[in-house]
Design a protein around this ligand. Sequence first.
Ligand SMILES: C[S@@+](CC[C@H](N)C(=O)[O-])C[C@H]1O[C@@H](n2cnc3c(N)ncnc32)[C@H](O)[C@@H]1O
Length: 227
Amino acid sequence: MSRGPLNDEKIVDSWTKNASPWIAAIRDGQIESRLACTDGAIVEAVLSCSPKSAVDLGCGEGWLTRKLEDQRVDMIGVDVIPELIEEASRIRPGDYRMASYEDIAEGHLNIKVDAIVCNFSLLGKEPVEDVVRAARSLLNQGGSFIVQTPHPVFACGDAPYRDGWRRGSWDGFAAEFTDPAPWYFRTLSSWVNLFIDSGYLLREIREPVHPESGKPASVILVAGTHT
Ligand SMILES: C[S@@+](CC[C@H](N)C(=O)[O-])C[C@H]1O[C@@H](n2cnc3c(N)ncnc32)[C@H](O)[C@@H]1O
C-alpha cells in the first residue's frame, strides 16, 4: 500500500468530498477540453470496437454510460462514490453498481461484457494495477478495454518524466471544489506496459488533438484479450 499524504485512499476521500461540484461541472459543461475534444473521442473509440455490452468503470455521474446506451450498447456503470451512483440512477435509471476497484479486483463484480471503458478514472497506483489485471475476466472473448487519460507528455508539466505520485489541483474548476485528489503519473510506456504485463494485447493508441491548441488533449489506449 502507498503511504504518505499522496496515496490511493486519498483519491476516494477527495471524490467523496467533490461529488456535488463534479455533478454540477458535468451537468453545466464546465470542462472545455471535454466538450471540444475528449468526450467525442472516447465515444468514438468505444464504438469503433462495436461492443454489444460494456461496463463504464469509474462512471461518475454517468454521462458516458448514457451516451453509449443511446448508441444501443447495453451498459453497466460502476463507481465507488454513492452520491455519484445515486445521481446517475436519478438522471436515468439503469444498471448502476457501487463498487471500488479493490472490490472488482477481489472478484465482486460478476459480469461479462464486450468492452470495459475507463474515462479519466484510472487515477491511482495499486488499485488501478489490480483492477486492470483482474478485469480481463470480465471480458467476453475478443473484448476490448478502452482507457482515456491525460496525455503523459503534456500532463507531466515541469516534473521529471517518470512514474510517481503527483499532487492534484482544481485550477480552472469552480470554487466549490476542495481538497484535490492526488494522482499517480504514468509515462506513456508505463501505460502500455501496464496492459501488456496484465495479459492484454495493445491494439491501438489514439491521441485526440484539441482543435484550438493543436496539442494532444489526452491519450486513448485500446487493449484487447488474446484470442
Ligand atoms: C475524473 S472522474 C471521471 C468520471 C467519469 N468517468 C467521467 O468521464 O465523467 C474519476 C472517477 O473515478 C472514480 N474512482 C476513482 N477511484 C476509484 C476506485 N478506487 N474505485 C472506483 N471508482 C473510482 C471516482 O469516483 C470518479 O467518479
